[in-house]
Design a protein around this ligand. Structure first.
Ligand code: ZN
Length: 687
């Protein structure tokens, strides 16, 4: 007797399945797809309609006689979930299935790699636009009891995937001797007709059970590095071929999903070479291993380095195999050149070498950030009214758009890292930042995300202040960083001014002026206009005055010494001043004002204009009016849209958006009518 209850490993989140059940009751048209390996394909069932997938499909038809069902069997023998990631879009999702069964438990192994590739395919299926119901089940090797159930079940539990186990239902009948192996499987792997029937019964029991109970939920952030969800498979219709000598594209039509050796390339001569350009951190290559010996051998290089020997000789009897070899696993992001070269071509080879596809994945997309806000006595309402931020109150002083500072962190709005704080990403995913924080201690830098981007709305004057440099802050502020900052004036009144620098000739005069409260003599106030850029080195006395909105790019630090606060009161008390520290750090005499200010209101259209670069940051203004491709090889790029709207690589962006482009994103395609302030850390990626 099959212990069916025991087969329900995870009831999961049944919301999507229940919705499908309701639609089926109403008699709608529904598509049921099955993705997996040879067992799904129906191997060793005597007729296709006797395989488990067809039997489960029949359960749907019989359970909901009013509905109209379409059957998609996307099983391919001897293929794993790594390939599943790459072909799911074309072989399954293109049919817009309402229900998807996914099984890879005997073709994947119990390893972190297959946990990741299985997560990739699960996310891809769950994340499909039409929100299909997805469930999985775990086949088993009937002699050894081996399967990838252990690692697959972690993914199933995490995503609330209903999951059913053959190891917990049918396998015990074999170990107890109640059923003989050969009665249900000729090779201890593929079920025969009877075996397929039993497998189907485990699944349909689970589906029946799910018609009661369950709760809805969203797709959570991934638990693995999740570099396979965005897999793209390149065949001769879509590959970016750089050079080709001695290879022929196979253009014959692929008739069926299992017609797997099509639309690739063939070669017969030793020395034949083909090279492709792909993007990503993970790269795989697919080729045919054939039982018709002897067969040719090739090598695969990535960026000139040999990564794999692709031996087409297959010493088996069951048929030709579609082999997927990994060439790069969580390597450096960005563009790579993949080259395949034939190294052995025996004259007696019956078949050419068949290169089926190159697969790449792990291309990080833009990270859209959700800012945090600071309410201040000098703040206003323009951040809500003009920038569209959903923040209440009439004292919103600062929007911390791109921030990993504990006083106000940005979090990722959507995608694989949704909900993550920027500081968490920095710690957990150094690859997103070009690994510049590797060896941070030894280099004494990049021990935290280095930049902080704010938009400031000063309805009233800010206090007159000064920031320390790194050395002073490290000694006196618990190892904090100093603060070098710069401002880009987004908007201001016609007669606006800023405080920048002071008029004291030497240290003695500085102390006299501060101690005597001779503020009018001490501070240097200069007129400013929209588009002005002002660099503020540590030690520079400065203050933003009322009527100004600006974007600030600064070191990731919040150390401010207040010199003078106009004798204002907050909650009935004056705010704390830091007179001693201010006197310590103020530079005497001050740099001339004209050295610090430059106007960038009018920059060339569709051009990147660098406004300033120092050891902490490089800040540019980007003026988009039409189309522009921003060259980018930086470890990461901070983008803030300061006016207008447009498109970034296919997604709409608008004034007020803050975006972090991770390492390997490559050049940035921008389109529309908008202005951006863009910043990164200076220097090449490997500094
Ligand atoms: Zn400041």
């Amino acid at each position: 007797m099959i212990d069916y209850e025991n087969g329900i490993k995870n009831i999961g989140n049944t919301a999507r399945l229940k919705e499908v059940f309701e639609r089926a009751e109403r008699g709608e048209a529904l598509t049921i797809a099955f993705l997996g390996g040879s067992i799904t394909q129906g191997s060793l069932a005597s007729r296709p309609e006797l395989c488990y997938a067809a039997r489960v499909f029949k359960w749907w038809e019989e359970t909901f006689p009013k509905a109209k069902f379409t059957y998609i069997n996307a099983g391919i023998g001897a293929t794993d979930s790594q390939f599943g990631c790459a072909r799911a879009a074309e072989d399954v999702l293109s049919f817009k299935p309402d229900v998807i069964s996914v099984e890879y438990a005997v073709n994947d192994e119990n390893s972190p790699h297959y946990m990741e590739t299985f997560e990739g395919v699960v996310r891809k299926l769950l994340g499909a636009e039409n929100a299909p119901a997805v469930y999985t089940f775990y086949n088993v090797c009937y002699d050894t009891g081996l399967s990838a159930e252990e690692i697959h079940s972690k993914i199933a539990e995490y995503y609330g995937l209903p999951a059913f186990s053959i190891k917990s239902t049918i396998y015990p009948l074999l170990t107890s001797g109640e059923v003989k192996n050969r009665d249900i499987t000729p090779d201890d792997l593929h079920p025969n007709d009877k075996g397929h029937e039993m497998v189907a019964s485990v699944i349909t029991y689970g589906l029946e059970k799910i018609r009661s109970g369950g709760a809805p939920g969203n797709l959570p952030a991934p638990i693995t590095a999740n570099a396979y969800e965005d897999s793209v498979r390149y065949r001769n219709q879509n590959a970016n071929i750089i050079s080709c000598e001695g290879w022929t594209a196979d253009d014959t039509k692929q008739e069926h999903i299992t017609d797997i050796f099509k639309n690739g390339w063939t070669a017969t001569e030793k020395g034949a070479k083909i090279s492709f350009k792909v993007k990503g951190t993970c790269i795989g290559v697919q080729y045919r291993r054939t039982v018709q010996l002897p067969a040719p051998v090739a090598i695969a290089r990535v960026d000139g380095e040999v990564k794999a020997k692709l031996d087409a000789n297959f010493d088996e009897t069951w048929g030709d195999k579609l082999c997927l070899d990994t060439l790069l696993d969580h390597g450096k992001g960005g563009e790579h050149i993949v080259e395949i070269e034939i190294t052995e071509a025996p004259e007696s080879s019956k078949l050419p070498f068949y290169l089926v596809s190159v697969i790449s994945s792990g291309n990080p997309g833009p990270l859209y950030l959700k800012p945090s806000f600071a309410h201040t006595i000098w703040g206003g309402t323009r951040l809500r009214e003009e920038f569209g931020y959903e923040e209440q109150g009439d004292d919103i002083g600062e929007c911390w758009g791109i921030s990993a500072h504990p006083s106000g962190e940005s979090t990722v709005r959507s995608g694989a890292y949704a909900g993550k704080k920027l500081s968490e990403l920095w710690e957990e995913h150094p690859e997103l930042f070009g690994n510049i924080n590797a060896d941070a201690e030894a280099k004494g830098r990049y021990d935290r995300f280095p930049l902080l981007i704010k938009i400031i709305d000063a309805k009233a004057d800010l206090s007159i202040q000064v920031h320390p440099d790194d050395e002073y802050a490290r000694k006196n502020e618990n190892g904090s960083l100093g603060k070098t900052e710069c401002w880009y004036i987004l908007d201001c009144d016609d007669d606006s001014t800023l405080v920048i620098g002071h008029n004291a000739k030497d240290k003695g005069e500085l102390e006299d002026m501060i101690d005597g409260g001779r503020w009018n003599e001490f501070i240097r106030e200069i007129p400013v206009r929209k588009g002005d850029f002002i660099q503020i080195d540590p030690g520079t006395v400065h203050a933003i005055k009322g009527g100004i909105m600006l974007l600030e790019t600064q070191q990731n630090s919040d150390i401010t010494y207040r010199v003078y606060d106009y004798d204002r009161l907050q909650n009935g008390k004056p705010r704390q001043l830091h007179v001693k520290q201010s006197k310590d750090v103020i530079t005497v005499p001050a740099k001339s004002a004209s050295e610090s200010v430059k106007n960038f209101a009018q920059t060339l259209e569709n051009t990147v204009t660098e406004m300033y670069s120092c050891k902490y940051y490089a800040v540019s203004k980007v003026n988009v009016n039409g189309k522009l491709e921003l060259e980018n090889n930086a470890p990461f790029l901070c983008l803030s849209v300061i006016s207008g709207e447009g498109i970034l690589g296919g997604s709409e962006i608008k004034k007020g958006d803050h975006i972090l482009l991770p390492a390997g994103y490559g050049n940035v395609p921008l389109e529309g009518h908008m202005e951006l302030v863009v910043s990164t850390v200076p220097g090449p990626m490997d500094n």
